[in-house]
Design a protein around this ligand. Structure first.
Ligand SMILES: [Zn+2]
Length: 251
């Protein structure tokens, strides 16, 4: 049996459980950092709006989690990822909604006209690691076990996967994704849990190394953080983003 959290987390109507794809890309891109110039957010700035539907405390928690991500990813206190309230001139921005399940598109998707919706259902998805997971999708990252080298680290038990859900365990190619030469990360907040999409309660994905747990949802791992820094070219010197006002937030 999947827990309530899992059910919310793995919206079965969505690709990979919780990832959304623009129509144009539905059958093309797929792991880790997605390749392509349309993926990273320009200058690492992700404008956002939060639609009504949350209590003020929930909205504040979402924003506080964004700020925590900024701090964790920052190098020498220079932020190289920044979430800020959208302004009228923003062409691309994410829209956070209290909809069904936890879900996000992957990347900025430059040139694509669509609502870049990040769905964070309350209750279920307003937890720090769940918010981080979806925002990492938005920043351009797929699930860890989608890496081209994943079969060296995990075993997929196809017989235990729910009918119609096998495609959620697809492995992507080096053409579609870029591991950025980081090691496979069992501790990634982007890694599936062992029972994700299980039809019978038995593990669908298992580590090939004993005594390794997968699917933690506590925080971004050190490698998760490293991957974002690499993807957004956060150098040791740091990329200085322009100061922004954080006093205004969407309702
Ligand atoms: Zn996900």
């Amino acid at each position: 049996m999947l827990s309530t959290r899992n059910n919310l987390y793995e919206n079965q109507d969505l690709v990979e459980g919780d990832m959304l794809f623009p129509a144009e890309f539905a059958n093309s891109i797929r792991g880790v950092a997605a390749r392509g110039s349309s993926v990273p957010w320009t200058k690492g700035i992700v404008p956002y709006e939060i639609l009504p539907g949350y209590a003020s405390t929930q909205q504040a928690f979402i924003i506080a989690t964004m700020q925590k991500m900024e701090r964790l990813i920052a190098v020498n206190n220079y932020k190289c990822i920044q979430f800020r309230p959208r302004i009228a001139s923003d062409i691309y921005y994410i829209t956070i909604v209290n909809g069904q399940g936890c879900a996000s598109y992957v990347g900025q998707n430059t040139g694509v006209t669509m609502a870049r919706t990040v769905t964070l259902q309350h209750p279920g998805c307003i937890g720090e690691a769940h918010i981080m997971h979806e925002l990492l999708h938005a920043l351009g990252f797929y699930h860890e076990q989608s890496r081209p080298d994943r079969d060296d680290y995990v075993r997929i038990n196809y017989a235990n996967i729910q009918y119609g859900m096998i495609n959620n365990f697809d492995k992507y190619t080096n053409i579609a994704v870029d591991t950025q030469n980081t090691p496979y990360d069992y501790k990634s907040v982007m890694h599936y849990e062992k029972n994700t999409f299980s039809v019978n309660g038995l593990p669908t994905i298992e580590s090939l190394v004993s005594n390794v747990s997968i699917g933690q949802r506590d925080n971004m791992s050190l490698i998760d953080i490293q991957e974002v820094r690499l993807f957004y070219n956060c150098s040791a010197i740091g990329t200085t983003l322009p100061p922004i006002s954080t006093t205004t937030t969407s309702k």
